[in-house]
Each structure stands twice: as structure tokens, then as C-alpha cells.
Design a protein around this ligand. Structure first.
Ligand code: HPA
Length: 276
């Protein structure tokens, strides 16, 4: 675990004010005052950034207030500002803090709040995930229709009541399906991790209505909606969830499936973002 000073760790600090400071850092370091769309890239989705348009600036996330040092050694998280052919400003977030890192929910959703403070009105969240729905196969992208938050946490603090009826914005899902009519829609279950689920937990996820299991996205989506953003979620099925596949799960397998699917799903993601 990294030991870094982070203003978000001060319980008396206002996370929204820190996000506004971060957005100002971002504007200064990228030279881009406002962004329209923010995109968090999960396992397998990394190549989309190159296909989106012209990279105006790439900065290490650690230069921006409140961003954490990456959990994985040797991996430097970046924030990238892209100008698309139709003139959209896209902020690509290649630095995700997971809930399982144990730094608290404020750090998990800081990139989303920073994107909102930078002007973004659409938050695109992508991830690699395990397939619970028996019709899913590794390498397949799935649109997130809804989620079940099994982390027992929330990014909302105090008596902040936010409606999540249409959390994954129907209009954006429709646009994604015009780009790829074969896209299925599924319910994403966020578990805390970092262990993979047991077969019994995966069975439970299926029984309560889940199609996909993973360790990100739901908390970020809630924070995005709190900030007034529209949300689009996409999962890459990197493996069948525990007990659905008979062999043990491994992180290498997840990464490899992500790499194999990367060219296809990155093209899809770039086309979807351009159509939003
Ligand atoms: N479970 C949870 N998270 C994951 C999985 C999984 O099977 N695959 C990739 N991320």
C-alpha cells in the first residue's frame, strides 16, 4: 500500500472543493479549460483513447490534487485530454482507485467529481468483469443496464438522497446500441474484492438479478449521478465468474482476455463516444 498525503483523507475537508481544485490543476496542466465527456478505462479498454482523436495533453494523475498513487507497482496512472474529430473534449481517466485498496470511498470517486468539476456532463465507466449470465462468453462487451451495490458503502455523505431509477441513462444506452445492435444489457454487481467471489456468492448474484460481477463502477456511477452527470457503463467479460467456469480464476487470465478483446471493444467504445 502506498503512503501518500492526500487531502481527501482529512475527514473535515470538503471533497467537492478538492475536486474543484483538481479541475483547476487539470485545466492548468492540460491547457484545456473544460471537458465535455469523461471516460474511465478499465481492463481491456485502454486502446480506445488512441482511436478517439487527437491527444492534446497527457499528465501523470499524481500531479493533480487528490489523486492517489497507483495500487499496482510500475503502473503510472495518467489523465489525458483528447479532442475528437467533431470537436468534443474528452477526459480519459487512466487512473482508477478501487474500493478494495482501502483508502475510502472519497478517493474512489474523486476522478468522477473532478470530471464533473471540469465541466463533463457525461461519465463513461468501463471495466473488466466476470460473467454470471450463462449466455455470456469471455471477450464480449456488455452494456450496464443497472447495478447492485454489494460494497455496503456509498459515496454520498449525510442525508443526501439521490434518485437512481435511471442511473445508467437510457438515452446513452440507446445510442450505444445503434453503434452495435448486438450489445446485450446486464445488471452489474459490485463486490468489494480484491478476492474473486466464491461460487456461492456468484450463485447469489445470479439469483438476485445480477449478470456480471466486478470490483468497480457502481460507487463511481452513484457519485456521477449525484454530480448531475449522465452515465454510460460498459463491461468487458474477461472470464466466466467463479463456479460458472470450472477452472480457477487468475488475474493473468483477466488481463489476457482484456488484451485479446482490446482492438474490437476499443473501436466500439471510440465510436460510441463520438456518437454521444
Ligand atoms: N469477479 C470480480 N471482478 C472481476 C472478475 C470476476 O470474476 N473478472 C474481472 N474482474
Amino acid at each position: 500500500m502506498s503512503h501518500d498525503d492526500n487531502p481527501l483523507d482529512d475527514p473535515g475537508a470538503d471533497p467537492f472543493e478538492i475536486a474543484r481544485t483538481a479541475a483547476a490543476d487539470l485545466a492548468r496542466l492540460t491547457g484545456v479549460d473544460r471537458h465535455d465527456i469523461a471516460l474511465t478505462l478499465g481492463s481491456g479498454w485502454g486502446k480506445a483513447a488512441e482511436l478517439l482523436g487527437q491527444t492534446v495533453a497527457t499528465i501523470p494523475a499524481t500531479e493533480v490534487t487528490g489523486f492517489s498513487r497507483p495500487a499496482l507497482e510500475g503502473h503510472v496512472g495518467t489523465l489525458r485530454s483528447i479532442l475528437t474529430p467533431t470537436g468534443k473534449r474528452v477526459l480519459v481517466i487512466g487512473a482508477r482507485t478501487h474500493f478494495y485498496e482501502g483508502h475510502g470511498v472519497r478517493r474512489v470517486v474523486h476522478s468522477v467529481r473532478t470530471a464533473a468539476a471540469a465541466g463533463a456532463t457525461i461519465m463513461v465507466l468501463t471495466n473488466g468483469a466476470g460473467g454470471v449470465n450463462p449466455s455470456y462468453t469471455p471477450g464480449r462487451p456488455v452494456l450496464i443496464r443497472d447495478h447492485i451495490n454489494l460494497t455496503a458503502a456509498s459515496p454520498l455523505e449525510g442525508a443526501t438522497f439521490v434518485d437512481l431509477t435511471d442511473l445508467y441513462t437510457p438515452r446513452l444506452r440507446e445510442i450505444a446500441r445503434t453503434i452495435d445492435p448486438t450489445l446485450d444489457e446486464g445488471v452489474y454487481c459490485q463486490f468489494r474484492g480484491p478476492h474473486y467471489e466464491t461460487p456461492a456468492e456468484v450463485r447469489m448474484a445470479g439469483i438476485i438479478g445480477g449478470d456480471i460481477v466486478g470490483m468497480s463502477t457502481a460507487l463511481e456511477a452513484i457519485a456521477a449521478r449525484e454530480a448531475g452527470m449522465d452515465v454510460l457503463g460498459l463491461s468487458l467479460i474477461t472470464n466466466l465468474a467463479a463456479g460458472i467456469q470450472t477452472t480457477p480464476l487468475s488475474h493473468d487470465e483477466v488481463l489476457e482476455a482484456g488484451k485479446a478483446a482490446e482492438p474490437v471493444i476499443s473501436r466500439l467504445l471510440a465510436d460510441v463516444v463520438e456518437a454521444l
